[in-house]
Design a protein around this ligand. Structure first.
Ligand SMILES: Cc1cc2nc3c(=O)[nH]c(=O)nc-3n(C[C@H](O)[C@H](O)[C@H](O)COP(=O)(O)OP(=O)(O)OC[C@H]3O[C@@H](n4cnc5c(N)ncnc54)[C@H](O)[C@@H]3O)c2cc1C
Length: 512
């Protein structure tokens, strides 16, 4: 069977790439390293145990009930320098980490697309702006039924449709106190996807033009004799160990940032001895992340009156304070704050107990932009994983900018909580180890100049244009916004452009 396009990976990026291409009439093969889980994608009788997941079990979202949605660390090892831990939290199953994500969906603004702080060292800018991505943001938001809208929020442009949930009493109190004291800051309602986990991949499969091949671990790409065109991919069957080859006119890498870079680095040929897309030594560099773990928590005094229920399932009780930084800050990156100040805990946890504690709980936590640095990078180790693929070696360390930002986050969260009359009981100003946000990005940055990027604005490798990097690896800067919405919008845009090229008879990207 021949396919027009191979999509590697079936998570946030792969789901949207396959869905978009198939809706435009192309025949797609999705190669997915993990299994297709039964039924609602969440049931797997052979769940892992913590003993095989020493890394994954450190993720704050990890629990026995969802441990099968995290990888087996013994089969999927990776290396870090001894003094630079990196927590790489992964899911290897059809649907990827979309079966785990919390759904927080914030658009990036032109401030992030312009590249924060143009005078910062290693400044990088995107080759596109919000207006280029806006139709795709809207498409993804509509499909996932993202909440929010109806607010003027330049730091995080709102969804086109209005689907708002009212603020809880605690959030309202905070919003009023922040508006009164800091006119440049905003507390905005929840921006959260409501659609069911796995629905994007299901929609792709429902087109009838997508074949999903689970248990297919892609190890490398194969090129033509001149090294200018990919002919297809090589993959290993996860269960049998057998090696297979599959041809297609174009390959989209959607295996997640580090995995897509690993596949490119492992594609070493006569014409590409240092890995595919690495002729200017950019591949693997500028690995990005968001700082996580800096937080303030305590009690919202009260409650006054009976607790109000949330308006319906899927409305995550979290609101946001978008980045409010200006040029006076002593660090270049931006950060946003999430606020959890519910009136009722999920699952009968009893508001009476809260009243006896003197109020309802709140927690604020920050997501901070990690700046691009060439030495934060992915390379290949000598040792291999269970399928014979060289392990990724990941080096990401925070610099003085990220450390200064963490202190500022803690100070500002505490000040805003106190201004709202909240009782602050605990403050943490130290970020968790890199990777903990599960927002790893970069490594194959998009740009306008091959000397400083790996792919062009259409996600195509500069020298091999029928290979596209359409997941978070292509981010030249991280922004502060949770990245999955932007990853999905980018994948849909790249797929749309590829479908345009196919219609023009140029699926292999021969045109300049
Ligand atoms: C608990 C949790 C909560 C999160 N909450 C949010 C949130 O609220 N908002 C947000 O923006 N982000 C959130 N994220 C992060 C979000 O899930 C990721 O940013 C997003 O899924 C990345 O999309 P992706 O397609 O690049 O990777 P993934 O979704 O991880 O998909 C990659 C796929 O590629 C497959 N693959 C990997 N290697 C290979 C290979 N060699 N061959 C074939 N297939 C391969 C994997 O098996 C996987 O299915 C959360 C993550 C976790 C774990």
């Amino acid at each position: 069977m021949t396919y027009d396009v191979i999509v590697v990976g079936s998570g946030a990026a792969g789901g949207w790439a396959a869905k978009t291409l198939a809706e435009r009439g192309l025949r797609i093969l999705v190669l997915e390293a993990g299994p297709l889980l039964a039924g609602d994608h969440r049931v797997d009788r052979a769940a892992h145990t913590g003993a095989r997941q020493p890394v994954q079990s450190r993720c704050s979202a990890y629990e026995q009930a969802n441990s099968h949605l995290f990888v087996d660390d013994l089969d999927n090892p990776y290396q870090t320098p001894p003094d630079a831990p990196f927590h790489w939290f992964r899911g290897r199953q059809a649907g990827g980490r979309m079966l785990l994500w919390a759904g927080v969906s914030l658009r990036m603004s032109d401030r992030e697309f312009a590249g924060t702080a143009p005078d910062a060292p290693h400044h990088r800018a995107w080759p596109l702006r919000h207006r280029d991505l806006a139709p795709y943001y809207t498409r993804v938001e509509e499909f996932l039924r993202v909440t929010g809208g109806g607010e003027s929020t330049p730091a995080a442009p709102p969804p086109a449709a209005v689907r708002r949930r009212p603020l809880t009493r605690g959030e309202q109190r905070l919003a009023e106190a922040v508006a009164a004291r800091w006119p440049g800051r905003q507390v905005i309602t929840s921006r959260t996807a409501v659609a069911e986990a796995g629905s994007v991949l299901s929609a792709a499969l429902a087109t009838g033009r997508v074949r999903l091949r689970p248990d297919a671990v892609v190890t490398r790409l194969e090129l033509d004799d001149r090294g200018r065109r990919a002919e297809g991919v090589v993959f290993v069957d996860r269960r049998t160990g057998a090696t297979h080859r599959q041809r297609a006119a174009a390959v989209l890498l959607c295996a997640s940032a580090v995995e897509s870079v690993r596949i490119l680095l492992n594609t070493r040929t006569r014409h590409h001895p240092d890995g595919l897309g690495n002729h200017t030594d950019q591949l693997g560099r500028y690995l990005l992340d968001h700082t996580a773990g800096v937080s303030a928590s305590g009690l919202v005094p009260g409650p006054e009156g009976p607790p109000r229920p949330l308006p319906g399932p899927g409305f995550v009780p979290v609101c946001h304070i978008p980045d409010f930084g200006d040029a006076t800050r002593p660090f270049p990156g931006g950060y946003g704050i999430n606020v959890f100040a519910p009136e009722v805990l999920p699952q009968n946890s009893g508001s009476a107990a809260w009243a006896s504690a003197g109020g309802t709980p709140f927690r604020m936590w920050a997501s901070g932009e990690v700046l691009p640095h060439p030495d934060n990078r992915i390379t290949l180790a000598d040792r291999t994983d269970a399928w014979g693929v060289p392990q990724a070696r990941i080096r990401l360390v925070y610099g003085p900018g990220e450390r200064a930002m963490a202190l500022d986050q803690a100070t500002e969260m505490t000040a805003m909580a106190r201004a709202a009359g909240f009782t602050v009981l605990d403050v943490n100003d130290r970020p968790l180890p890199p990777g903990s946000s599960v927002h790893e990005l970069g490594g194959a940055a998009m740009g306008t100049d091959p000397a400083h990027s790996v792919v062009d604005a259409g996600h195509r490798l500069w020298r091999v244009p029928n290979v596209l990097v359409t997941d978070g690896a292509c981010f030249p800067t991280a922004g502060w916004q949770n990245p999955a919405l932007t990853i999905m919008a980018l994948a849909a845009r790249a797929a749309d452009r590829l479908a345009d090229a196919a219609r023009a008879g140029d699926l292999e990207g021969a045109a300049p």
